[in-house]
Design a protein around this ligand. Sequence first.
Ligand SMILES: [Zn+2]
Length: 367
Amino acid sequence: MDAATLFSSDYATARQRFREAALSLNCELESHSIDQRGPGGEDLAIDVAIAPGARPGRVLVISSGIHGVEGFLGSAVQLGMLREWAGRTPSLPSVRCVLLHALNPFGFAWRRRFNEANVDLNRNLLLEGESFSGSPRLYRALDGLLNPKRVPSRWEPLTLKFLLAIARYGMPALKESVAAGQYDYPCGLFYGGDRPSRTSEILSRHFERWLADSRQVMHLDFHTGLGARANCKLLIDYPLDDAQRERLGLWFGPDSFECVGSHEVGYPVRGSFGRWCTVRNRGRDYLYAAAEFGTYRPTQVLAGLRAENQAQHWGQPEDRLTECAKQRLVELFCPQSAIWRTKVLEHGVQLVHQAIDGLAGEASHQS
Ligand SMILES: [Zn+2]
């Protein structure tokens, strides 16, 4: 599989290629507009391709781009799978596959992690009874450092400021407080919003139908920017039962996954897609994993997110500074390096193969 050809240069290209590949395979294809426009005036939408599968009781969900700019890798994996299926007979996999493309199309198109309302969609999917309010105590203390109300400056001694904050509060506490989500600073990083987003509404309305009458679901939700460079971890942020834990080890390898709470790579968050999926699907055996692929160091990623957010809120869209911040953000979440792209794409495709083999194998084992 040629990584170079599967990574798209922008959202519009990614979307067009995803749709063409799905249509050529005779997948069911849906499009859900979020009523926003991209940089070229194009409509922004979540596209859904479904390969029905001969064993509808088992479903693989492959989702990309809930964090906008992180969508380049997930979209490339989805395109790679569709093209792989097109090149063989029988073309479609035996289990039902639901491909959710660009869950945050605005962020993907405008090169942001956040959506049109500055919302981190992976903090917006609150459960019933949870309220869109509150922030970690430490976030309040760090608001001035994280979210300066001015355009980014190249001359700011940011690394030093980050190091001082790390020395003062410790890395684990910072990770948890900064990236775990906040609901009080609408222009700040990792803002969870004040209401369900358009994406949340679309998911709430259609998710059950996409899963059809499945009983067992494996969900791979593709992310980038966390962990060691080009390495992958499947991050789980909800309680697993023993059978699920065993299944993850069997399908993907014993060291492939990490339960958040052990704090090696991930951190607990509110409003996450994983918890939302598993709580809503209590009647199913639903196994969700955020497939995280590392790119750059956490401080570099945070600095890039901060600069882009400053440019978005306080800069002008046509400014060179804004463009620089956007380009830097894309590099931080989808490095140009051919070695990185080849490695993560191969690993991403392998995860999909392992999931399909696992689902299909269990199906035949139990029937
Ligand atoms: Zn992410």
